[in-house]
Structure formats: structure tokens, C-alpha cells
Design a protein around this ligand. Sequence first.
Ligand code: FAD
Ligand code: DHB
Length: 383
Amino acid sequence: MTQVGIIGAGPAGLMLSHLLHRQGIASVVLERRSRDYVERRVRAGVLEQGSTDLLASTGVGERMTREGLAHDGIKLRFAGEEHRIDFRRLTGRGITVYGQQEVIKDLIKQRLADGGEIWFDAEATGVEGIDGDHPRVAYRRKGEEASLTCEFVAGCDGSHGVARVGLEAKSYERSYPFSWLGVLAKTPPASNELIYAYHERGFALHSMRSPEISRLYLQVDADDTMDAWPTARIWDELRVRLAEPNLQTGQVIEAAITPMRSLVTEPMQCGRLFLAGDAAHIVPATGAKGMNLALADVKVLAEALTAWYRSKSRDLLDDYSDRCLRRVWRAEQFSAWMTALLHHDPAGDPFDHKLRLSYLRYIVKSDAAATTLAENYVGFEVA
Ligand code: FAD
Ligand code: DHB
């Protein structure tokens, strides 16, 4: 028995557990993978100011402040040209590059130091009784079936989770005819800023994790597997698309293909079950919003649960989904727009290609257009 049963030890679940603990609310986090697995899982890397503020103001930002890389803009490359979008000048804000698995490590360390309960290798198999006062999470651990009784359940179990299954909700969805091949490589970043490159052969992105480690992405076909991408081909393609003379090859530490998808579940709650992060919504990675949305959701949810435990008022809990969805849809629109702007459409309408180039030129010439990109990228406050 616990107050809040949390399914999933990703950014959403761990941060929720941490925020609740700070308010004296008990939780148990059920995670189907091992600690080692979740701490090594390479994913996103861009933190908006709202996310860094949340980590720092709640005592889990010390390493991020030290090791995170502060960026004030990005580079856009297309048609042999390079342009810089100066976020700081246009919005007064910037971003921090800090790997998602580092956020995960920091949160797990803090939860365990605070005596928090994270049950690794415990897979939730279903959620029951969400219309009553004591919902239960059924789970399997070391071959044993059991259930955890709680007062609330937070489904933070990502895009393939079980929490969403029983929810009576509408899904809005879009798939894309391409995926991203992400590479983590032992080579110094070829540029001090992120490079978003639109190329006729497809999109490419140059990012980083540290002065020694680069994070690189390539648009690939939706049905491609890693078999089609031997290491030499990855580097050749990155060289051509990024057109970056400083790019050096290096040992590939990790390489994987991730599909691009947009999905929103509405509402994000039912009875005593609340969804947060990828369990409720997915964005294509181009806008770097996934982890930021996950953290923003649980900040709202923790406030609502705190209000309930303080005063037994359900008002904030009832508003949870509406409050989150305003931000979610802004991020969905921005992510879909960035994706359409920067990816080559395999069906290849030449008119669309010309429209993209024209829009990119408009962005780099017009402060109004550049500000639209910049203020969404650094995180637009909808409320
Ligand atoms: P997750 O991080 O997915 O956490 C969910 C957790 O729940 C996981 O630890 C999972 O193991 C656990 N879980 C799932 N089912 C169960 C169950 N039944 N029982 C118990 N535990 C369960 N975003 C970007 O912005 N840029 C990127 O480059 C990028 N790359 C990505 C690459 C991949 C392969 C994936 C899957 C996502 C990527 N994202 C990226 C998205 C970003 O990482 C997510 O938006 C972010 O992880 C969302 O956090 P979350 O806590 O909601 O979900
Ligand atoms: C990274 C990931 C993104 O999806 C993005 O748009 C920018 C950077 C990264 O992993 O560093």
C-alpha cells in the first residue's frame, strides 16, 4: 500500500516521485527494466529553461549545472548555406544540452538517498479500480504476480506502457514516412552548437553530450533496420548531409533507429489514474520536446496531488489534463512543423522541396519568422 503508485522510472516517473517526496507524499515506482538498463538508455539531450529550473530548484540539478552545456542558439544549414538562429537575442533565453540518461542517474541517486522506493525489474501488467478510492497496479516481479494498492496511480510508462490501455480516451495520431538513426560517438563535437541540416538526401542533426562525445542523427527510411546502416555508411552520410569539415569519425558507442510519431491522448486522466509524459503524448524528436513535456506534466501533477493531500480539494486534479494539453498541443504543432520543414519527403514532391527552402530562407532573413522558431524551441509558456 502506498499513496501514489507510479509506473515507469523515466524522467516523468522519477521526477514525480521526487516532487511528491518533497511534499511528504509517499510513492512507489515500478520499473520493468533494471537500474543499469535505464541509466544507460540513450535518448534525448535538450533541456528547456523550465526543465533546468525544475531540476535545479528541487535539488537535483547540481551535476547538470556543472556538466550541462549552455547553448544560446542553433545553426541551420541548407542549400550550401549556414545561418545561426540566436535564441538569446530573440527570446532572452537559451537551452542546456545534458543527456537524458544523466537526468535519470541524478534522479535515481537522489530518490535512493532519500529512502525512495524504486522497484526495478517489476513490470506493471494492468491497472484496476481507478473509479474507486483504492486503485491497484498489478505487476510481475521475478516471475511472481502481485498487486500494489494505492490512492492514485500515475502512468509514466512511456509510449508502449500499459496504463493507457484501460483509459477511455481519444487518440490523435500521425505517423511519418521516415525514422531517425541516432548515434552516440566518441569524437569531439565538430561545432560548438547544434546543427540542423536540411539536405536533399535527408535531414541530419549534429548534437553533443560533452567535449569528447558527439550525438548525431540521420533521417532514414521508416522501414530501415540497422543492417542497412554499417558504420562507414553512417559517417559518409553524416559528412554529406551536415557538410561539416570538422566532423571526425570516432568509435560508435551506441546506434539505434527510432520511429517518428505524433500522438496525443485526450483526456490524460480518468478517475484516479493520471498519465504523464510519453504515456500520454509522443512528439517527433525534431523539436527536442519529449523529455521537457514529461517533466512539465509531472510538475503540474505533483502540484495537484499536493493540493489534494493538503485540503482534499480535487479542483487541480480535475484540471490536470486541460492544463497539460495546452502545452502539449503547442509542442505537437511545433514538432510536426519542424519535422515537415527539415525532412526530405521520400515521396518527393519537388514543389514542397522549393517551399521548404523558401521558408528556411524566410526564417534566416526575418526576425519575426526566426522568433517563431526560437520561442518555441526554448519553450513557449502557454499559460
Ligand atoms: P520513458 O522515458 O519512456 O519512461 C517510461 C519508463 O516506463 C521506462 O523506463 C520503461 O522501461 C518503463 N515501463 C514501460 N512499461 C512499463 C511497465 N509495463 N511496467 C513498468 N515499467 C514500464 N526525445 C527527444 O526530444 N530527442 C531524442 O533524441 C529522443 N530520442 C528518443 C529515442 C528513443 C528510442 C525513445 C523511445 C524516445 C526518444 N525521445 C527523444 C523521447 C524522449 O526520450 C521521451 O519523450 C522521454 O523519455 C519521455 O519520458 P517518460 O518518462 O514519459 O517516458
Ligand atoms: C538532441 C535530440 C533532439 O531530438 C534534438 O532535436 C536535438 C538534440 C540530442 O539528443 O542532443
